[in-house]
Unconditional design. Structure first.
Length: 324
């Protein structure tokens, strides 16, 4: 068994069983990839992939289990390389941040500016993530962090930490009947079509819980994760928008009015997620602390020493999170 063969397996899985695309992603040839996969299956004595003619059509049950271990082994390889690279030159490395448009636009600029000035030789990448993707899609590479404001679900391979709390605000056209109402009620909001986040968002969960407590079923005319899209459709008169307060306040020269909703909706959670197999390097600790000051290096080291999520949760008991 060769490490390169394992990389071929992962590339095939990542490219939806398309061997041609997998070979291109690895800068090698399709026949070479197919040959090595066949040799590995012969060595192991099991079929990893189902076949239909010359094409792969699925993953066998034992193949699923093998691929799980392959990903662990390749993550360990990355971790070993990162450990060696940090020893040789702590000033170089990679940091990948996966997050939403709203977080990238309103919350990350200060941290990104600080980080890139302090670590000019670190490769920094800011990449989008879709909040309704399954938890398995959250990247778990050796230098990958996700900052999200949606439900992550249970994932034994992830460390999920509270990053901050965020609040909801209302945007309506300046001529809308609610524009002059300083503290609208849930009943008043429900009288109009609502444009807001999709169900996976923690902000949407907060809304649903508040409306359910008073027995109101709101009319969600449109649900989308991009606050700017919601504001645009509110401008066009399709309804009222309930979005992040940070985005709701950003309405200069837009013809919209912002209304505070703190009296109706409790703050919602946002999370920082990364693989349990990650090797946290000093520049990573530094970035996390610059974004979420409560995530000190000492606290993070304590988190990594715990063997259960309950023990991790206790470390955050009574800890005050920033609210945006």
């Amino acid at each position: 068994m060769k490490l390169q063969q394992l990389k071929y397996l992962k590339a095939i899985k990542d490219n939806n069983l398309n061997v041609s695309a997998a070979s291109q992603s690895l800068f090698t040839t399709q026949p070479g990839v197919s040959k090595q996969v066949g040799l590995l299956e012969k060595e192991l004595g099991v079929r990893i992939f189902e076949r239909r003619g010359k094409n792969l059509s699925g993953v066998t049950p034992i193949g699923e289990r093998i691929l799980e271990q392959v990903e662990r082994m390749l993550a360990l390889e990355q971790k070993i390389k990162a450990l060696a690279n940090e020893h040789l030159d702590p000033s170089v490395g990679t940091l990948n941040i996966y997050t939403t448009h709203t977080i990238a636009r309103y919350l990350l600029p200060n941290s990104v500016s600080y980080f890139t000035q302090k670590y000019p030789n670190i490769n920094f990448h800011l990449q989008p993530t879709l909040p309704l993707q399954t938890k398995g899609v959250i990247s778990k590479g050796h230098s990958d962090f996700s900052i999200v404001a949606h439900d992550i679900g249970a994932d034994n391979d992830l460390i999920v930490l509270p990053a901050y709390l965020w609040t909801l605000g209302l945007v309506v056209p300046e001529t809308h009947p609610l524009a002059e109402v300083k503290k609208p009620t849930l009943k008043q909001l429900a009288e109009y079509p609502i444009l807001s986040y999709e169900p996976g968002s923690t902000g949407r969960q907060t809304q649903d819980e508040a409306f359910a407590r008073v027995g109101i079923a709101p009319n969600y005319f449109m649900t989308v994760m991009d606050a700017d899209v919601i504001k645009r459709y509110v401008q066009l008169g399709f309804g009222i928008g309930i979005i992040s307060t940070l985005a709701a306040r950003d309405i200069e020269n837009s013809g919209l009015t912002y209304i505070n909703l703190d009296h109706l909706f409790a703050p919602s959670n946002a999370w920082i997620c990364f693989s349990k197999d990650i090797l946290l390097q000093n520049y990573m600790y530094d970035f996390l602390t610059s974004f979420s000051p409560h995530l000190t290096k000492t606290l993070m080291e304590n988190v990594l020493m715990q063997n259960s999520s309950d023990k991790v949760d206790k470390l955050f008991d009574g800890l005050e999170l920033p609210v945006y």
